[in-house]
Design a binder for this molecule. Structure first.
Ligand SMILES: [Zn+2]
Length: 435
């Protein structure tokens, strides 16, 4: 996973550049500064030293009153764009994906196709407006309005799984999306997209952006930079400019957007990007995009296949004057079946919480421990015949989210397993009506 390394070895430099760029504009101006630091620090195992996650808010603090699925459905818009320019509080979450698989184990850069489907469905259920790259650039220019809570779906590099796994889901849901291609990888072997696949996807909502010619890693960029100003400029003109021309020639249209390979951006790239005809350039730093966000450093939530909270943060929106807050979607998976399911919304405040441990071998029946937020350790009942651990909530749940953790030990062991945790949601309004 060389690309994974490239993404994160670039971060320190990205931060430096962004910090210098954001004096006037930039992702750090939109009030999400702490949030960016938090998500980034949590995202990266090798946390840069200048990030302080301890001051950061939790996702819960980002959005207060949650919209339930039912509520969100009532004000859902199907299009999300109009041609009448108007003042707006629109914010865009740009999602960044890479590779997909229904058979391989998830990694940071590879998400399970099933989870991707659930994420896309969650976007639909939350009533977020999925916009095309063309809508995005027109909105940034002030030529078009978009829904207050919009999403731009982007997928980098050009893996074949975009066509085999992601595309059918996006097409089914009618979601436009963008692929950032590095031209050397098109038709680049059995795992790469072919020209034909790309052209077919273009007929069904797929826009194209550039991701350079060779996808240089930061070390490669740095060694080019060491050759002097003129040589570095020529190098950037080639990577940025020729990739644009080549994509335009192969796929038509105007290529106006660029995703920095590995998110690695240096100050020299910005004037060259403008000179080469780019309008919007995307990083790998999470945050919401507003009209005032710098077009040269547009944030993206890179959705890592192994870190579920990033999608939750990405789909959380704070309230504005014109738009209610949205609590992000929790798309979690647990190793054993649980009820209520992770991320599900229940309409009772006195649910039964249960875990099916029938796949666990050699479990010590007396060792099962359940903890529920607001209750601490609860008197869970474990049925050794069915291998089900269950507890009925004993007083009404007060919070909109409820976190549960379950632990157990194998027979003869002294150590407990790592706790299995999940979160479900309580639709308090519906629960009041039902009581
Ligand atoms: Zn890439």
């Amino acid at each position: 996973m060389k690309k994974f390394l490239a993404v994160f070895s670039g971060i320190a430099t990205v931060l430096t550049v962004l910090a210098s760029l954001s004096q006037g504009h930039g992702p750090f101006d939109n009030g999400d500064g702490k949030f960016l630091s938090y998500t980034l620090a949590q995202t990266i195992a090798r946390t840069p030293k200048n990030l302080n996650s301890s001051t950061a808010p939790k996702a819960d603090d980002q959005a207060k009153p949650a919209k339930t699925t039912a509520q969100a459905t009532t004000n859902k818009t199907t299009n999300g764009t109009t041609n009448a320019p108007a003042k707006s509080d629109a914010r865009v979450t740009v999602l960044g994906y890479h590779d997909f698989s229904s058979t391989k184990d998830a990694t940071e850069m590879l998400i399970s196709t099933a989870k991707f489907r659930r994420q896309m469905q969650a976007i639909k259920d939350l009533g977020l407006n999925v916009i095309s790259l063309e809508d995005f650039t027109a909105w940034k220019r002030g030529e078009k309005t978009i829904g207050d809570r919009s999403v731009l779906i982007t997928i980098d590099d050009g893996w074949k799984s975009i066509y085999t796994d992601a595309f059918p889901i996006l097409k089914e849901l009618g979601f436009p999306f963008t692929i950032f291609l590095y031209t050397n990888y098109i038709n680049g072997g059995s795992n790469a997209l072919t020209t034909e696949m790309i052209k077919e996807m273009q007929k069904h909502g797929c826009s194209i952006g550039s991701h350079s010619i060779s996808h240089p890693y930061p070390a490669a960029v740095k060694s080019e930079r060491a050759k002097g100003e003129a040589a570095f400029k020529a190098y950037l003109q080639k990577e940025m400019g020729q990739s644009r021309k080549s994509l335009q020639k192969q796929f038509g249209g105007d290529i106006l957007c660029y995703a920095y390979p590995g998110g690695f951006v240096t100050g020299e790239m910005l004037p060259i990007a403008a000179e080469q005809g780019y309008e919007c350039l995307f990083t790998v730093l999470p945050g919401k995009t507003t009209r005032s966000t710098s077009n040269f450093t547009i944030p993206r939530y890179i959705i890592l296949g192994t870190h579920d909270y990033i999608f939750r943060n990405a789909t959380s929106f704070k309230a504005t004057k014109t738009s209610a807050a949205t609590l992000g979607a929790i798309i979690q998976t647990t190793p054993h079946p649980v009820i209520p399911e992770p991320g599900s919304i229940i309409s009772t405040r006195l649910p039964s919480i249960s875990v099916d441990l029938s796949k666990v071998e050699n479990i010590d029946a007396d060792s099962v421990v359940m903890r529920v937020a607001g209750f601490g350790k609860v008197p869970v009942q474990y049925d050794p015949a069915r291998k089900i651990a269950q507890w009925k909530v004993s007083r009404r749940l007060r919070s909109r989210t409820c976190e549960v953790s379950v632990q157990w030990r194998s027979m003869g062991e002294t150590e407990y397993n790592k706790p299995m945790t999940w979160i479900f949601l309580v639709n308090r309004e519906a629960a009041y009506q039902l009581k």
